[in-house]
Design a binder for this molecule. Structure first.
Ligand code: BEZ
Length: 160
């Protein structure tokens, strides 16, 4: 079942890339005591995600954070090396935390898995956005195909 408003974010281990290599981080560390906007994408460096989805959150990061958001995070079923390289390529700086769900445990635990086996991409994550307050989902949107519901612009208006 897909995670929905009112549910707690499951406790799973993710990773970020640092100057010293991959660094493990738990969802409890990311979400506890914070207001977090998290969006998920099917893959780093893929056309829609790279040209539109992530750049929108980089562009609007200050406006989103001005609405009381502590952390903006992007998650994908990719390893920390890829997520780190994608973040550098997209010049995210400290605007967006790039979370690697390398084994797809977050995608599976939230019911947000996306089967792209036929495209040679394996099990990935659906394109989604969530507002999470102290580890509890306040709202979730899932896009199929396009990214209208989960864009940064939509998130800004949802936070208003
Ligand atoms: C994309 O453009 O977001 C995309 C393309 C192929 C596979 C997954 C995602």
């Amino acid at each position: 079942m897909t995670i929905s408003a009112g549910d707690k974010i499951p406790s799973v281990d993710l990773a970020t890339m640092t100057d010293n290599g991959p660094n493990g981080v738990s969802t409890d560390e990311i979400f506890s005591g914070k207001k977090v906007v998290i969006f998920g994408v099917p893959g780093a460096f893929t056309p829609t995600c790279s040209a539109k989805h992530l750049p929108g959150f980089v562009e609007h990061a200050a406006a989103i954070k001005a609405k009381g958001v502590d952390t903006i995070a992007c998650i994908s079923v990719n390893d920390a090396f890829v997520m780190g390289a994608w973040g550098k390529d997209q010049k995210v700086g400290d605007k967006v935390t790039m979370l690697a769900d390398g084994s797809g445990t977050f995608a599976a635990a939230t019911g947000l898995e996306l089967d792209l086996m036929d495209k040679g991409l394996g099990k990935r994550c659906q394109r989604f956005s969530m507002i999470v307050d102290d580890g509890v989902v306040k709202s979730i949107k899932v896009d199929e195909g396009t990214f209208e519901k989960t864009s940064a612009e939509q998130m800004l208006s949802d936070l208003a």
